[in-house]
Write a protein that binds this ligand. Structure first.
Ligand code: ATP
Ligand code: MG
Length: 489
């Protein structure tokens, strides 16, 4: 009996899994890596530390499983820019992480110059420092890297593929390409116009392949051994949409991780740009793209970590639920966790975090409650934009990610949305999706029907009948959001 290995290279750590043919997880290994904040608003990762974390988890898996490995799938934090040398195979600098805001001023300049329409029409995205292109442009303009034939750019998936194949493959998948601001999602190719705008030589970019299909095979330098096919790649949020079996148009998921990302399957025709949202490629199984509408909320679970690491009012993320339940309500406190600016639907890189409504009676419980509510409020803002764009309200939201274990959060979420929130048995859907993309390519699974039947409900949260008090709270939240906007120059 063989297994499929899935590498989930997230923003704060790497998780690798081995799955059997029923989609069950037989083994898991996790390794956290360092977040670097060299200046306010800057966020960097060491690409070698990420690669070493992958190697560590693969070698742990190798020690636990005896079954042969049929295929490897990779899923990853998206938009993060990596630059390396083709000759030495070494990184040329730290990776600039998706949350990094150093290119805010450049994005404002591009907006003033009127580039929004072209960028939206071509890439489905917006002009915002979140996406990859201005990060690459920054590395070139600041002479951190030099334009020459040695230079290779990529997102984290490309970097790991390069290392796993020991430099024989420089490729990415279409979902990752669709986050760079350099990819034409209608024509399915790098946009030469946008490469020119950002000064990126196309020769430095990876080849773009479908999400399911053979990318390459592991080299003997990989901790998992030589000759294993790498056959599935997708950005973490698209991978979670696939792992949640949202295979029909209109089906929607939200992942509560570092940030929260709501994606709705939009079918095989590229939808028109939607207010407050981005359009992205959901996957390509080899027969052309399926698209998704996405609302990207940058900071949700990370605000829980901030209560733990920044304020020290909890010592584990898992304590937040009980702490929030120690008070009857938020005591009038609203917390806008705009640590990395605001994403959907506001798109304001100059916003910063705000806590408002404090009184002498405010305690830790109220802050915990305000953080949980902020996660639900931000998701509501995105889902409302999505319902508007789709022309019909969503029917159900499937959820996953680290904070989705919290029943209190999911009940508040259902009450905020007026929609059923459904948590599956397997909440590691990010890893599940990449494993399925790889397994489908290698005939380990034969059809997507098997993915649908593998999805099982663990618990559903239904909205209460009278939601008027929640609507009032949401209006107060929107007032708090206004105060956090455009805070820094
Ligand atoms: N028991 C828990 N209760 C509430 N929140 C939790 C719990 N465990 C984890 N979290 C929150 O979940 C988040 C991590 O979720 P997850 O592991 O899905 O994140 P991720 O985004 O996949 O990580 P990465 O950013 O590395 O990809 C953390 O920010 C943490 O605050
Ligand atoms: Mg993740």
């Amino acid at each position: 009996m063989a297994v499929v290995v899935s590498i989930d290279a997230g923003t704060t750590g790497v998780r690798s899994f081995a799955l059997n043919e029923k989609g069950e997880q037989l083994a898991i290994s996790y390794r956290e890596f360092t977040q670097q904040y060299p200046h306010p608003g800057w966020v960097e990762h060491d690409p070698n530390e990420i690669w070493n974390s992958v190697q560590f988890t693969l070698s742990e898996l190798n020690n636990t499983i005896e079954e042969p490995i049929a295929a490897i799938g990779i899923t990853n934090q998206r938009e993060t820019a990596v630059a390396w040398s083709r000759i030495s195979g070494e990184p040329l600098c730290n990776a600039i992480v998706w949350q990094d805001l150093r290119t805010s001023a450049r994005c404002e300049q591009l907006l003033e110059l009127g580039y929004l329409d072209q960028v939206r029409r071509t890439t489905g995205l917006l002009v915002n420092p979140y996406f990859t292109a201005t990060k690459i442009e920054w590395l070139l303009d600041n002479k951190v890297v030099e334009k020459n034939s040695d230079l290779a750019f990529g997102t984290i998936d490309s970097w790991l593929l390069w290392k796993l194949t020991d430099g024989s493959t420089h490729a990415t998948d279409v979902t990752n390409a669709s986050r760079t601001l350099l990819y034409d999602i209608r024509e399915n190719r790098w946009s030469s116009e946008l490469c020119e705008l950002f000064g990126v030589p196309e020769s430095s970019l990876p080849e773009v392949l479908p999400s399911s299909g053979r990318f390459g095979s592991t080299a003997d330098t990989s901790a998992i051994g030589a000759g294993i096919p790498i056959s599935g790649i997708a950005g973490d949020q698209q991978s979670a949409l696939f792992g949640q079996a949202c295979l029909e148009p209109g089906m929607t998921k939200n992942t509560y991780g570092t940030g929260s990302f709501v994606l709705m399957n939009a079918g095989t025709h590229c939808p028109e740009p939607a207010e407050g949202l981005v359009t992205t490629v959901a996957w390509d199984l080899g027969d052309g793209p399926t698209y998704a509408l996405e609302g990207s909320v940058f900071v949700t679970g990370a605000a829980i970590q901030w209560l733990r690491d920044g304020l020290g009012i909890i010592s584990h993320a898992s304590e937040i639920g009980d702490l929030a339940l120690s008070v009857p309500d938020n005591g009038g406190v609203f917390f806008v966790p705009a640590f990395a600016g605001l994403g959907s639907p506001w798109w304001d890189p100059r916003a910063r975090g705000t806590i408002i409504g404090l009184t002498g009676g405010t305690g830790r419980g109220h802050l915990a409650r305000a953080v949980i509510e902020a996660i639900a409020f931000q998701t509501r803002d995105v889902v409302e934009a999505m319902s508007q764009a789709a022309g019909t309200p969503i029917k159900e939201m499937r959820v996953d990610g680290g904070a989705s274990v919290m029943d209190l959060l999911l009940q508040i979420q259902a009450d905020q949305l007026g929609v059923r929130v459904a948590r599956p048995v397997v909440t590691e859907t990010t890893a599940q999706g990449a494993a399925m993309l790889a397994g489908l390519a290698e005939g380990f699974w034969s059809q997507t029907e098997e993915i649908k039947s593998a999805w099982r409900l663990e618990k559903a949260f239904d909205p209460q009948d009278d939601r008027s008090a929640w609507d009032e709270q949401h209006l107060n939240w929107l007032r708090a959001v206004q105060r956090s906007k455009k805070w820094v120059d």
